[in-house]
Design a protein around this ligand. Structure first.
Ligand code: ZN
Length: 499
């Protein structure tokens, strides 16, 4: 190893330690720290973030990356190091193009907007949030003019969350979904609804915690390399492949919500636990492509978890932990966990109508950045799209355009990745069935870990080293397509609703 490589490795370690400390503080802030302790933690995390940022933008790092990119140094690196140097140089050059004073202004704009959003949502007051949203949009445009000067704004935003993805491809995918799934949702809305009265009950949170543990173990979450806690909004956090943590929240009148949260976050976590450990703490590890990440959580949650056969080997155990389920047949349970109905809130939507919650947000993002639709007109646009796709209009902006924090915090371009994840899932399902046989049978036979192993080998181990398009090509042998998931939805719901 050259002297420069050695020095670079030491530097990477230092960066990793700061990052680790920061992640740990974040975890503590979200899951355990007492209210009065939060202020001190905010100071600590601000310190570590600033140090971390300084390390990742220092001249010293810039010089090392330039040096390592020279052919005589670069050719000596192994493939992993080549990836790390190339990616870090890309990130470094990009960050360096952002003027420091603009960056500060951007952070201030976003923070003010997030605070204004909390009040606006609570008071159903879009007008008070509108000027902030306008400022965030302007700041976002300016930001991309530095980070991606050669790209059209919205293309740059999409690329940030799902590398290589573009609006022409997404348009095609989403248009196909609209064409096929709007009539399907309509048919379902006219069909007979399942009776959910048997599910109304008090569910002991302690018992729900045990169910979460049972489910995580069942799908392949490794408790030697992860643990669980509680937080208001569930999330997954990873330090390295050896330490990945998930959170959950428990409702006393609904046990199903936490079960599927457990499976969803478990899917994210199993991904991170199985990334090649050689990538730990570097840009090659922890998958940075949001669509690919979401494809894993949603594969477990929806493709596997909402399949009746997933529950066949463990439904008895569920009844032991939560006796209410002893009184409910597995058929009724299956219908309940696949209960499709149009609703206002994305986070609690079923897997089918969920698609439209995303399509609406994607189309509005395009309206903002491409068609320059004024902010004041967005609530009307939101409501008309809800009506067009789901046949319902929210009574308030709180249940409409104000429900998510993503735009308030400047995460434009992020929403489509949720639905891209679902589209990828249809393709993985086809591939897994071709290679391992029918998923129904694997699940009914209790062989879910065979599927986990397959995902480990095909997707998880590569971390960030394969772009989304490379993942799809390698796993499925073809370009991304919405047809498999459309077929899956049509068959599944035609059966469940006797259409
Ligand atoms: Zn997720």
């Amino acid at each position: 190893m050259s002297a420069l490589s050695e020095k670079f490795n030491e530097y990477l370690k230092k960066m990793q330690y700061y990052e680790h400390a920061n992640t740990l503080i974040y975890w503590d802030m979200k899951t355990g720290a007492p209210k009065r302790g939060l202020e001190a933690l905010e100071d600590v995390t601000a310190y570590f973030s600033t140090e971390s940022f300084a390390l990742s933008t220092s001249d010293e790092l810039g010089q090392m990356l330039s040096g390592l990119s020279q052919p005589e140094e670069f050719e000596q690196l192994d493939d992993t190091m080549k990836f790390i140097v190339t990616k870090m140089k890309e990130d470094y050059d990009r960050d360096k193009r952002i003027p420091a004073d603009f960056y500060e202004e951007y952070v201030r704009t976003v923070t003010a907007s997030e605070n204004a959003w909390v009040d606006a949502k609570q008071n159903n007051d879009f007008a008070s949030f509108a000027p902030h949203l306008e400022k965030v949009i302007t700041a976002t445009r300016k930001m991309t003019s530095y980070t991606d000067p050669d790209k059209e704004v919205y293309e740059a935003l999409l690329d940030e969350y799902e590398k290589g993805m573009d609006s022409a491809t997404i348009d095609k995918l989403f248009d196909r979904m609209k064409e096929e799934l709007i009539p399907l949702v309509k048919k379902i809305s006219e069909a007979e609804k399942p009776d959910d009265s048997a599910f109304k009950s008090y569910y002991d949170p302690d018992a729900q915690r045990k169910v979460q543990k049972m489910l995580l173990e069942y799908i392949g979450f490794d408790f030697a390399r992860g643990n669980v806690a509680e937080s208001e909004h569930p999330f997954t956090l990873n330090f390295s492949s050896k330490d990945v943590r998930v959170t959950n929240h428990y409702k006393e009148d609904d046990a199903i919500d936490a079960m599927f949260t457990a499976i969803h976050e478990g899917g994210h976590a199993i991904f991170e636990q199985n990334v090649n450990p050689e990538y730990d703490g570097t840009v090659a590890g922890s998958c940075r492509y949001m669509g690919v990440h979401e494809s894993q959580s949603r594969f477990y949650e929806n493709i596997l978890g909402r399949n009746r056969n997933f529950w066949v080997p463990i439904y008895g155990k569920l009844g032991e932990l939560l006796p209410q389920f002893k009184q409910i047949s597995l058929d009724d349970f299956e219908r309940q966990i696949n209960n499709v109905r149009s609703s206002f809130i994305r986070c609690s939507a079923d897997e089918l109508t969920y698609c439209f919650h995303i399509i609406i947000r994607y189309e509005i993002e395009k309206a903002i950045f491409r068609d320059n639709v004024p902010v004041s007109e967005l609530p009307k646009l939101w409501n008309s799209k809800m009506e067009e796709y789901l046949g319902i209009t929210p009574d308030s902006d709180t249940d409409g355009i104000l429900q998510d924090t993503h735009w308030a915090d400047g995460s434009f371009g992020y929403f489509p990745s949720y639905l891209l994840g679902t589209i990828y899932d249809g393709m993985y399902l086809e591939a897994v069935e071709k290679e391992l046989g029918p998923v129904d049978r694997l699940l009914a036979d209790g062989k879910i870990k065979d599927i986990t192993k397959w995902l480990n080998e095909k997707i998880h181990r590569y971390g960030s080293t394969r772009t989304p398009a490379e993942v799809i090509r390698n796993v499925c042998g073809r370009e991304v397509s919405a047809e498999p998931i459309i077929k899956f939805f049509k068959e599944k719901y035609s059966r469940l609703y006797n259409l």
